[in-house]
Design a protein around this ligand. Sequence first.
Ligand SMILES: NC(=O)c1ccc[n+]([C@@H]2O[C@H](COP(=O)([O-])OP(=O)(O)OC[C@H]3O[C@@H](n4cnc5c(N)ncnc54)[C@H](OP(=O)(O)O)[C@@H]3O)[C@@H](O)[C@H]2O)c1
Length: 259
Amino acid sequence: MSAFSLDLSKEFAGQRVLVTGGSRGIGASVAQRLIDAGAKVVVTARQPHAQTPKDAIFIAGDTRTKEGADAVGKAALQALGGLDILVNSVGAARVHLPNSEAISDDEWLDSININFMATVRVTSAVLGALKESKAGAIVNVSAGGNAPFGGPLLHYGAAKAALNNYSQGLAKELAPIGVRVNIVTPGPIITPGGDEVRKTITSAMGITDEQFFATVPLKGRAGQPEELAEIIAFLVSPRAAYITGHNHFVTGGWGELSL
Ligand SMILES: NC(=O)c1ccc[n+]([C@@H]2O[C@H](COP(=O)([O-])OP(=O)(O)OC[C@H]3O[C@@H](n4cnc5c(N)ncnc54)[C@H](OP(=O)(O)O)[C@@H]3O)[C@@H](O)[C@H]2O)c1
């Protein structure tokens, strides 16, 4: 091995991890990435899917409510005997056409619960354990890139903006005790949830998937969940020990949703 190569194959050995929204998509990729490097991982979602990592411990729960989030946090701590890493990938974008006037009050609240409060509540439920870890780290998965979502996704963008503010405020609060909090903002990524949203958008715009992805500056291509898993693995690792409170864009340079 050269002096400059890193052997990351056991980087997370002994680390205890909780991934919300870990049954599929970006969360499942993150869970698999950390399992492959030796971590013990709990994933949570309402139900397991075909993509759910086989070597993860699955805990079912709906984290939109405080009761649901508390129960998931408690069960995860019991299964792991503590916690070192929390990745909040839970989230959902529901497109309401033609514009924000189609978003009902209930849908606003649902978006806030799933895209913001689920992360706040799960984090609160496990924060005591993270503070006891020698290297506690949190990554929250956001959305929005360089420009805020509007129109049919206004409620989603607003909830993710709250998530960003919360994450950066929490990073500041926890920095003195060494718990790091970072945000990762994906661009258009191939996942079951992302594909569903994109299908609604492209059919409303009357364009193909190829035309949609052509708007991504970096080679006009979609992102893969593994590309998110890689930066998240870095951010929760000791390699990122001096990085906290930042929003890291993994968007292929894609900032605006032209709907
Ligand atoms: N894919 C993209 O292009 C993209 C772009 C920007 C941001 N993001 C963000 O990236 C994150 C992951 O998205 P993804 O594309 O991987 O989505 P996905 O494929 O739909 O996965 C979402 C995960 O969240 C879980 N979940 C949904 N509702 C839940 C609830 N009420 N309680 C508990 N778990 C719930 C899902 O499982 P169940 O349905 O079984 O509960 C699943 O495990 C989200 O925060 C999303 O906003 C994605």
